[in-house]
Design a protein around this ligand. Structure first.
Ligand SMILES: CC(C)(COP(=O)(O)OP(=O)(O)OC[C@H]1O[C@@H](n2cnc3c(N)ncnc32)[C@H](O)[C@@H]1OP(=O)(O)O)[C@@H](O)C(=O)NCCC(=O)NCCS
Length: 224
């Protein structure tokens, strides 16, 4: 049984350990070993301390405590991409469990609490990105009710290009759902929703926004 609470500044080193060890365990054989070997807890913690002290930071971090030490961590907040939507879209930016405690329900508990808090903040949809080859994580999210929405993007890790898929789930019945439509997703869906509301169709540029953006400016932050 784990207890959840907000992450404290003092938890950062433990959270970075969970994240770095989690990456190294889950992504072995997927992400180049050179990339995984170059990850360090000290480097990760340094970056995390900087992020956590930024006043404009909008994301929240929760830790799962087992035996009084953090054993899992989730970070969530507003979606950082460019989904064109009438809904408020949130995002699960990161979810990591200590590799020795995987499969004990901690991920499920953290994800459930993050969704509850996102609902409380008025987010109608929650999105996340996951590596195509991270089968365990994809299975976990699918069992938890998230669905791949068809968007994909590539990221380069030490010269190797890997694909990530976007998953989404509805949290609250927003305006788009009241029309029986899902706002986030395919351009045709958004077009018909806007038509419903008496708004004109989308320009090519707006349609482009509904596809997975490359997010070069978000990449560093996204690698949380
Ligand atoms: C992916 C990860 C966060 C899952 O956390 P976890 O604590 O191991 O998962 P849980 O124990 O809560 O879930 C265990 C099982 O219940 C399933 N499950 C989860 N939520 C569920 C739900 N709401 N209803 C039914 N089943 C559910 C999972 O699919 C999993 O099944 P499996 O054992 O067949 O794989 C964890 O494995 C991890 O940290 N992996 C490494 C880092 C990573 O890949 N993070 C995601 C990056 S996007």
């Amino acid at each position: 049984m784990v207890h959840l609470r907000e992450m404290d500044y003092a938890d950062i080193e433990a959270v970075s350990t969970i994240r770095v060890r989690g990456w190294q365990a889950a992504c072995a054989g997927i992400v180049p070993q050179t990339y995984l070997d170059a990850m360090t807890v000290e480097g990760d913690a340094g970056q995390r301390r900087q992020w956590s002290s930024q006043p404009e930071r909008k994301s929240r971090d929760l830790v799962a405590l087992g035996d009084r030490r953090p054993v899992g961590w989730i970070c969530f907040g507003p979606h950082r991409g460019e989904i064109l939507s009438l809904e408020r879209v949130g995002e699960v930016h990161a979810l990591y469990i200590s590799p020795d405690l995987i499969g004990q329900g901690i991920g499920r508990t953290l994800l459930g609490e993050a969704h509850a808090q996102m609902k409380g903040q008025g987010f109608e949809t929650s999105a996340l990105w996951v590596l195509y080859d991270n089968q365990r994580a994809r299975r976990f999210y699918e069992r938890a009710g998230d669905k791949a929405d068809g968007a994909a993007q590539d990221d380069v890790y030490d010269g190797i290009t890997l694909t990530e898929l976007r998953y989404q789930r509805v949290l609250l019945q927003g305006p788009a759902c009241r029309f029986g439509l899902t706002a986030t997703g395919q351009p045709s869906t958004i077009r018909s929703m806007l038509d419903h509301r008496g708004l004109s169709g989308l320009s090519g540029q707006e349609q482009e926004c509904t596809r997975a953006p490359r997010w070069k400016r978000f990449q560093a932050a996204r690698r949380q």
